[in-house]
Design a binder for this molecule. Structure first.
Ligand code: ITT
Length: 205
């Protein structure tokens, strides 16, 4: 099977993609497994631009078909912040806990009905020849007043789904993958990858 490099340094994302892309006719490999150590400067202003930057950079270095995602949280009461700054919201090197505390402090006077937010995910699939395909997904929720749950990563403990009565971090990974921004984007990515596999002459599942 040809390899697909899942170009992320975020272990939470990598685990989710291993489950989300199960059964596709590519061998999923990580940068660590390919001995690639690369930090791409995310200088774009949009998720699309940054996903493309990451996927292209890793595809060039590895020579492999590469999938990267740029994702994050957009909070309505903060005019869409942290957006593309989600990973760096409380400064470089901050922990998930510090980012959550920073977000909660910014929202401390915001009442429940104004705490609406969405997670967005843009996936870029880049071939070593420079061609890129994009797909995206989003999910809506409310920012909770305090963290709850142990699953997932990032802002999951404060991203609350009113219709499920749970935060994203209270959902086991298979349920998160059914409702999440990444899960929705990955459904599209799966279609694109199956299409690409047919051009590699691989038997489809
Ligand atoms: P890579 O660039 O190496 O993939 P990263 O963590 O820096 O890893 P991003 O630049 O896309 O990835 O930043 C996304 C940030 O948005 C991530 O660090 C989380 O803080 C947040 N985020 C994205 N998806 C999330 C999810 O499913 N659950 C919780 N937080 C998420």
């Amino acid at each position: 099977m040809p390899k697909l490099l899942v170009a992320t340094n975020n272990k939470g994302k990598l685990n989710e993609y291993r489950s989300l892309l199960e059964g596709i006719p590519f061998e999923l490999v990580s940068p660590a497994e390919e001995r690639i150590c690369l930090e791409v400067k995310e200088s774009g202003k949009t998720f699309e631009a940054n996903a493309t930057l990451k996927a292209k950079a890793f595809a060039t270095v590895s020579g492999l078909l590469t999938l990267a995602d740029d994702s994050g949280l957009e909070v309505d009461a903060l005019g869409g912040e942290p957006g593309v700054m989600s990973a760096r919201y409380a400064g470089e090197g901050a922990s998930d806990e510090q980012r959550i505390n920073y977000l909660l402090s910014k929202l401390k006077d915001v009442p429940r009905e104004k705490r609406t937010a969405r997670f967005r995910c843009v996936i870029a699939i880049a071939a070593p020849d420079g061609k890129v395909r994009l797909c995206s997904g989003e999910c809506r929720g409310v920012i909770a007043f305090e963290p709850r749950g142990e699953h997932g990563f990032g802002y999951d403990p404060v991203f609350y789904f009113p219709e499920l009565g749970k935060t994203m971090a209270e959902l086991p990974m298979d349920i998160k993958n059914r409702v999440s921004h990444r899960g929705k984007a990955a459904l599209e990515a799966r279609k694109i990858l199956l299409e690409m596999a047919s051009t590699y002459d691989i038997p489809l599942p």
